[in-house]
Write a protein that binds this ligand. Structure first.
Ligand SMILES: Nc1nc2c(c(=O)[nH]1)N[C@H]1C(S)=C(S)[C@@H](COP(=O)(O)O)O[C@H]1N2
Ligand SMILES: [Mo]
Length: 398
């Protein structure tokens, strides 16, 4: 029994391009024999994940299905999306977690610290939305390269580790000129390639240090290797890319790194324009919400409409739901505990629905009064679609 269950969990139904559509429609593989034939196994490094809840775009990009994740705020590790720019390092780096080293630079007493030493400096826990810059790319009408994520390149996670500001204090404070906090990923780089072209190294404004954590725990478990164990930089309120996995160096630098992933990558730019350092970087996230239930046909009568809402780097203040594609709006209520400014909040609207067709969508407002827009201006790379028009779901009530 157990073997059969585990076996099934490790398989994904559908090809990369069709799986998203099937999942979005809430349809299982068995009704689509043509797709059921194309069974895919989760790659080894994430074989512990819940395949039933995921869409595999590529071996390095797994999306959580819309409707997975539940209503209890925190996204289970087995369902959290995966996005790797480079193949994940091998298990050997988590064999002795406390021995992992991170070099701290741009402080008065620069040093290499082990995870074991970091654990003696301090411990804090923060809940954050981890969201890929490309979450929602699939909603744009223009052609975009990269995974066609819908809503599932995001999760809400509890991270435990040491506050970066405590580490900086311990090492004598910031040296002069530390304008940016630059974190470097610990992947082994393939030979014969220019390091700057492929290294995962990201700079964020140094102020982000105030909330940042060097984390070794994720939702109460040791940080899984696939999510950056033994040690990960967590920058609350900032897009996924800034949350560098298997972090081996944190440097306070005068300039942003000239690594390609920073200099021209992850820049917001008009369609057809090349990436350049003077364009806005994918740093602070923006206000966003989407419905996660219902996603398909529903029985008439009382219907529980729910989803998630967050303010990005600000608290989310309110969320409204429309049943008629944005013609009219009703206030939804938040459910569950408020895990702070960087977490998302599940929301609920209970409605009594007559048979008919509904276009259900949600619209969040952050504490500064920024309202989730009707649609999002196209940008070349298709970053963070947050328009409530295309995040809507069409539901038939019978
Ligand atoms: N070292 C390293 N850190 C990384 C990445 C990576 O490829 N290597 N990917 C980034 C991107 S683009 C995202 S969206 C998140 C994804 O985190 P997850 O795979 O834990 O969901 O990690 C970020 N940090
Ligand atoms: Mo990402």
């Amino acid at each position: 029994m157990e073997t059969a269950r585990i076996h099934r969990r490790h398989f994904l139904i559908g090809s990369a391009s069709t799986a998203g559509a099937i999942a979005a429609a809430g349809v299982t593989g068995s009704s689509f024999p043509a797709f059921a034939a194309e069974t895919k196994e989760l790659p080894d490094y994430v074989s512990w994940k819940d395949a039933d809840k995921l869409i595999m775009h590529t071996e390095q990009t797994l999306e959580m299905k819309r409707g997975a994740g539940g209503t209890s705020v925190i996204t289970p590790n087995e369902e959290v999306y995966i996005r790797n720019n480079l193949p994940s390092p091998d298990e050997s780096i988590v064999a002795d977690r406390d021995a992992w080293e991170v070099s701290i630079e741009g402080v008065n007493d620069p040093r290499t610290l082990t995870v074991g030493e970091l654990k003696n400096i301090g411990i804090e826990t923060v809940a954050t939305v981890l969201q890929c810059s490309g979450n929602g790319r699939g909603f744009y009408e223009h052609e975009t390269s990269g995974s066609q994520w819908l809503t599932g390149a995001a999760g809400c996670i509890l991270w435990s580790g040491v506050p970066v500001r405590k580490v900086v204090e311990e090492l004598g404070g910031l040296a002069d000129g530390g304008n940016f906090m630059t974190s470097t990923g610990g992947e082994q780089l393939p030979e014969g390639v220019e390091e700057k072209d492929i290294i995962v190294e990201r700079s964020v404004p140094a102020e982000a240090m105030e909330n940042a954590i060097l984390a070794w725990e994720m939702n109460g478990d040791e940080m899984p290797l696939a999510h950056g164990g033994p040690l990960r930089m967590i920058v609350p309120g900032y897009y996924g890319i800034n949350n560098v996995k298997y972090v081996k160096r944190v440097a306070f630098t005068e300039e942003e790194t000239d690594a390609k992933i920073q200099a021209s990558g992850y820049r917001v730019r008009p369609v057809g324009v090349d990436g350049a350092p003077d364009q806005p970087s994918m740093w602070e996230m923006q206000v966003k919400s989407w419905v996660t239930h219902p996603l398909k046909d529903s029985e008439s009568g009382r219907v529980q409409i729910y989803g998630v809402a967050f303010g990005g780097d600000k608290p989310v203040e309110k969320v409204e739901v429309s049943l008629d594609g944005g013609e009219s709006w009703q206030d939804a209520s938040f459910i569950g505990p408020d895990l702070g400014r960087f977490a998302w909040r599940p929301f609920l609207l209970t409605a009594d629905l007559e048979p008919g067709d509904y276009v259900i969508t949600s619209r969040a407002t952050d504490s500064d009064g920024n309202v989730q827009p009707e649609s999002t201006e196209p940008n070349h790379r298709g970053y963070d679609y947050n328009g409530w028009d295309r995040l809507a779901v069409e539901v038939t009530v019978v």
